[in-house]
Design a protein around this ligand. Structure first.
Ligand code: ATP
Ligand code: LTN
Length: 334
């Protein structure tokens, strides 16, 4: 709670190009939830450097991500959209929380295990303490809810454990947050291997629809999507490719997959693929136009970035000062 309002916090990394999975699984829900909570949506650029980045590219992607948040429908004058690196409290609280986190807890994190296997030449301490920085992000704003995909659930549990541990020692300092995991669109699968999730780090560009793909590219990727030889449009485990197309279609047009199956009764895969491409383009084409408009108005975007960093600093400092006092740091003379 902040100023009597329930608080929502979430963030995305500016690594790679955003996919339709990121949109349907996360961003779309952020927009819907933004009217119900006091919201903080961060571009978590400090998390991004746990994996080696090209500096110019990271800066460009971070700004693009900010424009995408806004283009998707989050109002930057209501919700607080900001870069994590603009608010110093994240690093400061992360340090303190590091001193309350056990090596064994971090060793168990599956994302750490996966990422160290993938980047065996750069298993840095930041990658190991990544979940502690994420806990700091959330606890700094006294967040009540944190919308994330299933893959982030373990990090959320650690965040809750740290909040409870700290509160048990020092009294009620942190709100203990709840994860919010969506029911629909929670897992959009790869178009080339429908048993794998659609991911922005997939090496095959045909596996993912990127939010910035033009209409022809979307149509081509849908046409090439892997299906099966059954020849019947059904929503069932044995037909993962067709089911994924139905998931995408229904999430885009706001129907249930069962309603979509009825709609395509007696039709072939070609017709389904054409309809999926059209439903995706109906979302992406206007989104891309808005991204371009937002990026063009440089001064307006800069002003929003500045104001929101100040707002985030204001609220995060409140929590940080409380924590610093509790652990015994000297009071700042006025
Ligand atoms: P990477 O492939 O680099 O691991 P990612 O595509 O999984 O990245 P993240 O930045 O880890 O993306 O996730 C951002 C948000 O998007 C998270 O809340 C995550 O759960 C959600 N998300 C990512 N991929 C999908 C997907 N295929 N379906 C639904 N939600 C997704
Ligand atoms: N680890 C998350 C991104 C992230 C986040 C957060 C999500 C960083 N800090 C705080 C929710 C709340 C990811 O990779 N998707």
């Amino acid at each position: 709670m902040l100023d009597g309002n329930k608080v929502l916090f979430s963030g995305m990394q500016a690594t790679g190009n955003l996919t339709l999975g990121n949109y349907l699984g996360a961003l779309k829900n952020w927009v819907e939830l933004s009217t119900q909570y006091m919201c903080f949506y961060s571009v978590v650029d400090m998390h991004s450097i746990t994996v080696r980045q090209d500096p110019a590219e990271l800066r460009k992607r971070a700004r693009r991500l900010m424009a995408i948040y806004i283009a998707a429908g989050i109002d930057p004058e209501k919700a607080c959209l900001y870069y994590q690196s603009h608010v110093t409290g994240h690093a400061e609280l992360a340090w303190i929380l590091n001193c309350f986190t056990y090596m064994g807890e971090l060793n168990r994190m599956t994302q750490f295990k996966d990422k160290s296997a993938k980047h065996a030449d750069n298993i840095n301490a930041g990658l190991f303490t990544y979940p502690v920085l994420m806990a700091a992000d959330i606890l700094l704003y006294q967040a009540d809810v944190v919308p994330v995909g299933i893959d982030q659930k373990q990090h959320l549990e650690l965040t809750r454990d740290l909040a409870i541990r700290f509160n048990n020692i020092y009294g009620d300092v942190f709100t203990v947050p709840e994860a919010y995991i969506p029911k629909v669109g929670a897992k959009i699968m790869s178009l080339q291997d429908p048993t794998k999730k659609m991911s922005k780090s997939d090496e095959n560009p045909n596996a993912s629809i990127y939010l910035m793909d033009d209409a022809d590219t979307v149509a081509r990727k849908c046409k090439r999507a892997v299906t099966d030889s059954e020849g019947i449009i059904a929503y069932r485990e044995e037909q993962p490719g067709v089911s994924n197309l139905l998931d995408i279609y229904s999430a885009c047009v706001g129907k249930t997959p069962e309603e979509a199956v009825k709609e395509f009764e007696g039709q072939g895969y070609g017709a389904l693929k054409t309809a999926v491409a059209e439903s995706v383009n109906a979302i992406l084409t206007p989104l891309q136009t808005r991204v371009a408009e937002i990026e063009k108005d440089k001064d307006w975007l800069d002003q929003r970035i500045k104001e929101n960093a100040e707002k985030a600093t204001y609220y995060s400092t409140k929590t940080l000062r409380k924590v610093q006092k509790k652990v015994g740091f000297p009071v700042r003379p006025r």
